[in-house]
Design a protein around this ligand. Sequence first.
Ligand code: HEC
Length: 160
Amino acid sequence: MLGALGLFLLAQAVPYGRAHANPPVTRALKFDTATTQELFTGACGDCHSNLTKWPWYTNVAPVSWLVARDVEDGRARFNVSQWDQPQPDIQRVLKQISSGEMPDWKYKPLHPSAQLSTAQTQALMNGLARSYAKDPPASLRSRSAERAAADRRAKSGPAS
Ligand code: HEC
């Protein structure tokens, strides 16, 4: 009989989630200040840039699968390392933050840098708005293109 330990060990053999690829930075957003960049890196950068840090537990299934999926999905929607490619407009970025949806709740317990105070949240939002104004993305992504991309990902599944 396969116990919990057996299942756990078997899960480690699944290749998905262990590659931890950090694709090249094709064009980095020029943040308005170092402070904005620091706030963003600490609270958002692991999922919305190509400079992801991968701690040891991201090698252990099933955490590795969930993290890889989040990073793929996060980068596909908003990526400050690919500013030469379509990005969401600033209103959507600010709304994700002000609504409390981002940073992702799963991320916060293990990342104190993502536990932003009210003042830090405000500073990040103001800083991102100024960064977008000074260095707008090459183009904005349309919602229909995004839905099509999400559908493709849902169909291909995590093993793709
Ligand atoms: C643990 C990974 C993770 C972190 C940290 C994170 N995000 Fe996300 N983000 C995601 C994922 C996954 C999605 C896509 C699914 C969803 O919307 O929940 C997403 C979606 C988004 C979107 C796209 C919404 C749209 O309309 O397509 C924006 C903008 C965004 N995040 C901004 C941020 C900002 C700003 C921060 C930091 C304050 C942040 N995220 C932190 C994973 C993350």
